[in-house]
Design a protein around this ligand. Sequence first.
Ligand code: 13P
Length: 247
Amino acid sequence: MPRKFFVGGNWKMNGDKKSIDGICDFLKKGPLDKNVEIVVGVPSVYLEYAKSKVPAGVLCAAQNCYKEPKGAFTGEISPEMLKDIGIEWVILGHSERRNVFGETDELIAEKCKHALDTGLKVILCCGEKLEEREAGKTEEVVVRQLTACAKKIKDWTHVVVAYEPVWAIGTGKTATPAQAQEVHAQIRNWMKEKINPGVADNTRILYGGSVTADNCRDLAKQPDVDGSLVGGASLKPDFVKIVNAAK
Ligand code: 13P
């Protein structure tokens, strides 16, 4: 089975009810390619609001969750709570969680395990910083981040991996299609060797980092790029063009 094209929008800490209405208007207008899986990452306070407004065929994801079902963890939300309000997806391991909030590979792995055990689907992010790329450590860093999670993930059916080089996020400096393809192929090869060939064949690997309406098609043409995870451009009507990039 070919891998279904997947486009995620990560709204990050942006928006209010009014702007969410605007995003839902352009999503409704579309038209959105029916063969694409579309998931938008919504700030947790707006999850129920956005879920009630997005058109059919667009799902909402939380941008984070904790590794425990409940308890004395002020400020956190659990996968159980997300399930309770009908949310199916969560983004975990985003570089801003890693680098701004100090989340470790180990914590992200525990979050992945608990989210999957609770029945959520996970967009698992990985990616190197500029100095790591310049030191020739891209593959080593990405494999280290994914290996921590692989130790705890038994079933990859509900995992989508997003390769997001930190130097490309919000900078306007997109990885070239060849740079993206190179790392995606390394990730798939790692899956084949360290997990199994079925997981390597079936797991979607998205590219994220300054994806725009202009560069999305060339990225989508790469054999190991199965879609994108879009930040800034997911707040604008251009997102529709990115969703339709594989057409
Ligand atoms: P930008 O598309 O704004 O670079 O953000 C990418 C990202 O971090 C998506 O998760």
